[in-house]
Design a protein around this ligand. Structure first.
Ligand SMILES: [Zn+2]
Length: 218
């Protein structure tokens, strides 16, 4: 099911009323045309009919790809992550045959797009998050977002603070293969109904522990 509702927003530039469709859930099985608009962010943007300025509207939404069995919840506040799910919803997931879904919670649209690209490329997001964790420990002011895989190269978009850098960060497939081994070794137990936050924080403690052991061995 796709859920959407027309709302009226106040344009932050000219303060006039702007109609905007909020998509509380996006089902790309029913509306395949929405996927491209999620990937290029236009589903969440509008152009003011009065002053012609464009703006992004940030709100929680659920991205649902039934064919690939993916559900990604987009959140914007730290306190909304990791909320428990009640028993009724848990059994509903089983009844609806969605037990093997990959469920994720992400912060904002950048992370949503990244997850879709990871899954579309057939990569494991635990392994990608591990690569990002390692990179962030070594380059604390940098943030990576997976973009695409071309040949044996994994390309990441790089942010330095809020600034998007013009060049991609490239990692070789062999680094990914190694990360995948560790990601499998370190993966934690989760219930099928949980929405997981698989980002740089997921393996942070494991990586730090491994680095400590490495240092103490030397
Ligand atoms: Zn306006």
């Amino acid at each position: 099911m796709s859920l959407f509702k027309e709302e009226h927003l106040e344009c932050p530039f000219c303060h006039q009323d702007v109609p905007f469709i909020l998509h509380h859930s996006i089902n790309v099985g029913i509306h395949p045309e929405h996927k491209a608009k999620v990937l290029d962010n236009t589903l969440f943007r509008y152009q003011c009919p009065h002053c012609k300025q464009t703006d992004e509207v940030c709100y929680p939404t659920l991205y649902h790809d039934p064919e690939n069995e993916i559900m990604i919840q987009v959140l914007w506040r730290e306190e909304d992550f990791g909320q428990p799910m009640d028993k009724e919803l848990q059994s509903l997931i089983e009844v609806m045959g969605q037990k093997n879904y990959r469920r994720r919670e992400v912060f904002g649209y950048c992370e949503l797009v990244e997850k879709i690209r990871i899954f579309d490329t057939g990569l494991d997001d635990f392994a990608i998050s591990l690569l990002k964790t390692l990179h962030e420990i070594q380059n604390q002011e940098m943030q990576l977002f997976f973009h695409e895989k071309t040949g044996k190269e994994l390309c990441f978009i790089q942010f330095k603070g809020d600034e998007l850098l013009p060049e991609c960060f490239i990692l070789d497939e062999s680094a990914y293969e190694t990360a995948l081994e560790y990601a499998k070794k370190w993966q934690k137990h989760h219930e099928f109904y949980e929405y997981l936050r698989v980002d740089e924080s997921y393996f942070y403690d494991d990586v730090m522990r491994a680095l400590q052991q490495e240092i103490s061995r030397k």
